[in-house]
Design a protein. Structure first.
Ligand code: AQP
Length: 329
């Protein structure tokens, strides 16, 4: 079985973007791949966050992983900080990463464009090297990501190749795996921006734990256009195209079929149908989430997951230390 590794950083509540672009695909992949999915808690502290809020987000995220259908019998689920090798390999790879590479990262530029260097945390700058370690520790063949993370997987590939060339064959060079539909779900209030959990106003972002009435309202007030046609045209109708992507990925109905079903109908009808599909999906997830969050399942899953992940990570880190000459035996 080919191996796949991915993670989500719960800097806030998980979003519909995380679900469509990542989680939902993990659930499909767990049957065909040896899947490792982690909660990227070390990545959460690259920006200031309240400890109580972070703790709640982490617990919710694990419960949501399980509620969305990840099965600990089929895949390895763990907390990144429980496997200490992530931080150490992260440091070693940081030392092999060039400033120029990190400077080119569009996520870094987007997240810091209004800030002075003096107030930007160094962790935010170097986190792509830690992400490379997250992937390379497990000899991942594939990394399922949304479009926004593709550049980071490219860096992991470059670092794997750089290490292999310098110290001999050690790492598998991973490939990004990007779904055709839903790789970049956009904000409902500004369809030219990605739907993000750290968005300032939360009107454009549907959270997986949103009250269903709130979620419905967000869809009904999504920004569209005045062209009065349900058509997939990202350039001229980014709002409608985004709603089409959301509906198509959640219902598995093709975009063409949705467009022809809504030909001649108003945006109100179309939005109501999108809201129905979104709320139906959220309702299923939330009902499972409530059962899980009140059980002791989370603790057991994380303990078993960390043990299994650690075995693999420990072997790989030892190999790396030996090749770099930082061990003495
Ligand atoms: N809007 C999105 N559309 C499609 N995929 C998305 N992903 C995130 N947002 C969307 C995918 O989810 C996985 C985990 O991402 P993450 O939460 O670890 O980091 P992120 O991409 O930085 O997400 P946010 O919500 O934008 O977080 P903040 O606001 O904290 O930076 C990845 O595979 C990602 O592609």
């Amino acid at each position: 079985m080919k191996r796949m590794v991915s993670g989500i950083k719960p800097t806030g509540e998980l979003t519909l973007g995380n679900y469509i672009g990542a989680l939902r695909n993990f659930v499909k992949y767990q049957d065909d791949f040896d899947l490792y999915v982690f909660i990227a808690n070390l990545h959460c502290v690259t920006v200031p966050i309240e400890p109580a809020e972070l703790r709640k987000n982490l617990k919710d995220a694990i419960a949501l992983y399980l509620a969305c259908g990840l099965d600990p019998e089929k895949c390895t689920i763990f907390l990144q900080s429980d496997v200490l090798e992530h931080a150490q390999l992260g440091w070693l790879l940081t030392c092999m990463t060039y400033m120029g590479e990190l400077n080119r990262m569009t996520q870094f530029k987007e997240k810091t464009h209004n800030q002075q260097d003096e107030s930007i945390g160094a962790g935010l700058f170097v986190y792509p090297s830690l992400m490379a370690a997250d992937i390379l520790l497990y000899d991942a063949d594939y990394v399922p990501v949304g479009n926004d993370q593709k550049q980071h997987v490219e860096l992991a590939r470059d670092l794997a190749q750089r290490f292999n060339n310098r110290y001999s064959e050690t790492f598998v060079v991973p490939e990004p795996k990007i779904a055709e539909v839903g790789a970049r779900i956009m904000s409902l209030s500004d369809p030219n921006k990605k739907m993000s959990k750290s968005e300032e106003s939360n009107k454009g972002c549907i959270y997986l734990l949103d009250d269903l009435n709130v979620a419905r309202k967000k869809v009904m007030s999504a920004v569209t256009d005045n062209l009065a046609q349900v058509k997939y045209d990202k350039e001229n109708q980014p709002g409608i195209s985004n709603l089409l992507e959301i509906m198509s990925s959640l219902s598995s109905e093709s975009i063409e079929s949705i467009c022809s079903r809504f030909e001649g109908k108003g945006y109100g009808d179309f939005k109501a149908a999108v809201a129905d599909v979104v709320c139906e999906e959220l309702a299923k997830i939330q009902s499972k989430y409530h059962d899980i969050i009140n059980s002791d399942m989370i603790e057991t899953v994380l303990k078993d997951g960390a043990e299994k992940a650690h075995k693999q990570a420990f072997k790989k880190l030892k190999k790396v230390q030996k090749k770099m000459g930082i061990d003495i035996m």
